[in-house]
Design a binder for this molecule. Structure first.
Ligand SMILES: NC(=O)c1ccc[n+]([C@@H]2O[C@H](COP(=O)([O-])OP(=O)(O)OC[C@H]3O[C@@H](n4cnc5c(N)ncnc54)[C@H](O)[C@@H]3O)[C@@H](O)[C@H]2O)c1
Ligand SMILES: [Zn+2]
Length: 351
């Protein structure tokens, strides 16, 4: 069992970072940012850490850069700047920076230490916790990667002040998921929020992280329990990929796609698992309050289902789901007969 997930929410953790790194006697320290975190987060990072000798490496923003060629650029920069086995990399950014930076660190000279400082809500409650690092392969998400814990994750809500509202909402979807799969009282608290405000949301970060951490500790390599974190993601990923590859469609953020996925899978839970129709309606109501409805036409459903059949979570041609027995109580590896999908989309689209 894995027991070295080191996450801190301490107010002065950033001030403690320089002394901590000094104790480790790193030969050099690098900070990886993207265009946005370079602008919005890096000045405050230097001000609070005093790590003035750290060398900044910058990548372009966006999922489309979570690819091997970006890794190659960063590996080259590390090499040109004289990084060695005893260097350390600090990832200051959203999930793209923490996923790619973690992977770059794990593979440079067969692995150097890395630290995550997540700056989006999604990275705070999800991407930076649990040790999954990696990059995309063409349009296939997270196909290449390594599971390796960062030396430390420092979570501080101050970064959320500059985060666009839709990015905040995207992270909020994962928090709602944590309630649905593990903690009904937490779900009840979140659903009572009137609006998504960084300051109000910040008190809910630690409970979400605790849920994810607990699941990962019990099943770091996703043999069984960790699969519950995929609730809403089987259909959600298919929707996300479909919208990504159909240029006439609006681009959907990950959280927006899995919000739709969770409503669809709530319906499936009410026909193939123990969730009551009333609970499924409640879930739909909460998501439609916070998230605009995704416009899914009949022809889109066909495309989404075609992608679903290729989902990596399917084994032996069967489509496996994580469904809910009740709010807070998930069940893994449920095979859903395809005839239920049309009804699920009807349920989602109905006002
Ligand atoms: N490793 C895991 O377990 C795991 C889990 C969930 C998601 N992910 C990955 O995380 C990625 C999504 O993460 P994300 O939503 O953080 O995306 P992201 O890193 O692309 O960040 C979203 C946007 O916000 C900008 N940004 C970041 N911090 C900011 C700040 N403080 N102020 C202003 N702008 C800021 C970024 O530049 C980017 O444009 C995906 O690649 C996904 O596969 C990984
Ligand atoms: Zn997700």
């Amino acid at each position: 069992m894995q027991n070295k997930i080191n996450i801190t929410f301490e107010k002065d953790a950033l001030r403690q970072l320089a002394p901590l790194l000094q104790l480790k006697s790193y030969s050099s320290v690098f900070v990886l940012v993207d265009e946005n975190t370079k602008k919005h987060c890096l000045p405050l990072f230097f001000e609070q850490t005093d790590l003035n000798e750290a060398i900044v490496l910058s990548i372009p923003s966006g999922e489309e850069h979570k690819h091997l060629d970006t890794c190659e650029t960063v590996w080259n920069q590390l090499s040109e700047e004289g990084a060695d086995r005893n260097s350390a990399l600090i990832n200051l950014g959203g999930g793209v920076v923490t996923d790619l930076g973690g992977f770059v660190a794990c593979t440079f000279k067969r692995g150097i230490d890395f630290y995550n400082i997540p700056t989006t809500l999604l990275a705070m409650v999800d991407a930076s916790v649990g040790g999954k690092t990696g990059i995309d392969l063409g349009s296939l998400k997270n196909q290449i990667g390594i599971i390796e814990e960062p030396k430390q994750v420092i979570i501080h809500p101050q970064w959320l002040a500059t985060l666009p509202q839709e990015e905040l909402r995207s992270g909020f979807a994962e928090m709602l998921k944590h309630g649905l799969i593990a903690d009904a009282p937490y779900w009840s608290k979140l659903k009572q929020l009137q609006r998504l405000d960084a300051e109000e949301l910040s008190v809910f970060i630690a409970p979400s992280v605790a849920i994810k951490k607990e699941v990962v500790l019990q099943d770091p390599r996703e043999k069984n329990l960790r699969k519950i974190l995929n609730f809403g993601h089987t259909l959600g990923h298919a929707i996300e990929s479909y919208f990504l590859t159909h240029s006439q469609k609006n681009r959907l953020l990950h959280g927006e796609a899995i919000a739709a996925g969770m409503v669809l899978e709530a319906y499936l839970s009410s026909v193939c698992c123990g969730l009551t129709p009333l609970e499924a309606e409640e879930i739909k109501k909460v998501f439609s309050y916070f998230f605009p409805k995704v416009d899914i036409e009949e022809e889109d459903q066909i495309g989404i289902l075609a992608l679903l059949r290729h989902d990596k979570k399917n084994s032996a041609g069967r489509i496996n789901f994580v469904l809910l027995n009740a709010i807070g109580s998930p069940k893994i590896d449920i095979v859903v007969p395809e005839e239920h999908f049309t009804k699920a989309f009807e349920f989602y689209s109905r006002d």
